[in-house]
Design a binder for this molecule. Structure first.
Ligand code: FAD
Ligand code: SIN
Length: 531
């Protein structure tokens, strides 16, 4: 099949759906998504969305908190514009029908999370993402200009390379003409030609063995742009959430929101003692990088595979009204969180790096935009402030639409794009080659490129990954397309980028902590000054 469309959107989370709702006022929109429409990280977001709403909060305080959490590596201009646009973007969600909890005076009930100096997190109980995703899906489904295709996996973005031209990372005028998309039901690769393509493919969590991310988070967009010679940056900054529920049989790991610590829950060791004050004066509410590292260290000291979060300190009525989903989940595995401590362990959660974009969501490839977790906008620097990621998606999908609309009428379709060539490929008879390589990759990344790194661990990871990379490339070249091999290839690409970027960063900063460069005293000092 061949299709032409004004706006092609890859991904149906908050970033893709918001862009779709805006772009649909200016042309035809096609959303492709590799699984069901709501199979996204967005759906799992618990804590909420950070925005400046009421006094005594100010844009300046939120900007400052974001810069401090990011270890001063965030782009100040991007931080300023994101935070200053936060109120308007969140109100737009409300106009689209999204509910946020309110208190008895009718004001938004704002929560607090690690690294925030004020209560500013809008939430809907502990299922904020589900509420957002459902309302956006409803709006998209009722828009006549938007077509949605589920079970469609984007394999490659189309550039001059597919027209037989030589493209390298320094070619200044690389251009995107759409994407090759694999229909997982009909098992064909379709060509979708677009004036503008938006990558909104989300995160990378499945590169690690233990993650809060759903299975779709395999870094496809980042890998596609990297292979198309676009700029990708900041991949060393992988955020581990300190508190996923310790339940080894379950994947993905169920998240225990940081908002629980905002409401008074305390991290405790195996003997029930608090330990966070040893690491940071902000205790259990220090920024995520600090808390995850502290947990990692405590677990190593006592040789345990989890620690505890004590939520019994939160009033029962607050547990039932604010955290009903977590209460029910824990109860389903025999833990009554109003009486017992919750076993928790850090899990890979969020990629701060990704496709490099500017203040208008433009990538380094013409007519190719990106928004959401697959990007590196400059907002998060070396560590994302909690609940800033839904916000980032809203702001940059909005901005990308403004820019894309400016140029859409000047762009011509490239009719000379060839269809996907699968000649010479055969059915892959041995699925075990793919599943084993995926497990190997996850083990390499978890053991050597996790919360604590070293030069030796990174070198070992790089060498091991090289072998899997070569084996997988050979397999890919001769196999008929199937999603599993595309995703494995993407995850290996992402693993490579994380390791390479980590090797290049010869310091410890934010989420990247290396035993060989342990001190980053300047940043620690700034954090203490900001308390
Ligand atoms: P997603 O919502 O992940 O959507 C990606 C989409 O791309 C999916 O539809 C997927 O199927 C599709 N896709 C991927 N690859 C392809 C391909 N090759 N072809 C076609 N389609 C493809 N952030 C906050 O700000 N606040 C929170 O409270 C919060 N809580 C979180 C809790 C959990 C458990 C998790 C996992 C994350 C949380 N985050 C939170 C992070 C936040 O949810 C995500 O960063 C954000 O939702 C990402 O949105 P997105 O639109 O970029 O990607
Ligand atoms: C959480 O609720 O703890 C997750 C928030 C986030 O990832 O921003």
């Amino acid at each position: 099949m061949r299709k032409t469309v004004d706006f092609l959107i890859i991904g149906s989370g908050i970033a893709g759906l918001c862009f779709a709702l805006k772009a649909a006022n200016y042309g035809t929109v096609c959303i492709v998504t590799k699984s069901k429409i709501d199979d996204t990280s967005t759906k799992y977001a618990q804590g909420g969305i950070a925005a400046v709403i009421y006094h005594p909060d100010t844009y300046e305080k939120h900007i400052q908190d974001t810069m401090v959490a990011g270890s001063q590596l965030s782009d100040k201009n991007i931080v300023e514009l994101t935070i200053r646009e936060s109120t308007a973007r969140v109100m737009e969600l409300v106009e689209w029908g999204v509910n946020f909890d309110k208190n008895s005076s009718g004001q938004f009930d704002l929560a607090k999370e690690g690294g925030h100096s004020e209560f500013r997190v809008l939430h809907y109980k502990d299922i904020t993402g589900l509420e957002i995703e459902q309302k956006l899906i409803a709006a998209v489904l009722s828009h006549k200009n938007i077509e949605i295709f589920e079970e469609q996996l984007a394999v490659e973005i189309i550039t001059q390379h597919h027209l037989g031209m030589d493209v390298n990372r320094r070619t200044p005028d690389k251009c995107c003409y759409g994407a090759y998309v694999y229909d997982t039901v009909n098992k064909t690769v379709n060509t979708i030609l677009a004036k503008t393509t938006m990558i909104a493919t989300g995160g990378i969590g499945n590169v690690y063995a233990n993650t809060t991310n759903p299975q779709i988070a395999t870094g496809d967009g980042i890998a596609m742009v990297y292979r198309a010679k676009g700029e990708v940056r900041g991949m060393e900054f992988v955020q581990f959430h300190p508190t996923s529920l310790y339940n080894p049989k379950e994947a993905p790991s169920f998240l225990i929101t940081e908002a629980m610590r905002g409401a008074g829950a305390i991290l405790k060791d195996m003997s029930g003692r608090e330990f966070m004050q040893k690491y940071d004066v902000r205790g259990s509410l220090a920024p995520r990088d600090v808390v995850a590292r502290a947990l990692d260290n405590e677990m190593k000291i006592c040789g345990s595979d989890h620690l505890f979060l004590d939520a019994t300190l939160i009033k029962k009525n607050e547990i039932f009204s604010h955290f009903p989903n977590i209460y029910a989940k824990c109860l389903s595995i025999g833990i009554d969180i109003t009486k017992n401590m919750i076993p928790v362990v850090p899990a890979a959660h969020y990629s701060c790096g990704g496709i490099a974009t500017n203040e208008w969501g433009e990538s380094s490839i013409q007519n190719l935009y990106a928004s959401g977790e697959c990007t590196s906008t400059g907002l998060h620097g070396a560590n994302r402030l909690a609940s800033n990621s839904l916000l980032e998606a809203l702001v940059f999908s909005h901005r990308a639409c403004i820019k894309a609309v400016e140029t859409i009428n000047t762009i011509q379709f490239r009719e000379d794009v060839p269809d996907w060539d699968s000649s010479g490929t055969v059915n892959n008879e041995e699925m075990v080659l793919i599943t084993s390589s995926k497990k190997e990759l996850q083990s390499i990344m978890s053991n050597y490129v996790g919360i604590v790194r070293s030069n030796l661990r990174l070198k070992r990871a790089f060498d091991r990954l090289q072998i899997i990379y070569e084996e997988t490339e050979q397999l890919y070249k001769k196999s008929i397309i199937i999603p599993e091999i595309c995703e494995l290839r993407n995850m290996i690409n992402v693993g490579y980028l994380i390791i390479k970027n980590a090797m290049n960063r010869q310091e410890s900063r934010g989420l990247h902590y290396s035993l060989d460069y342990p001190n980053h005293t300047e940043v620690m000092q700034k954090r203490e000054d900001n308390l």
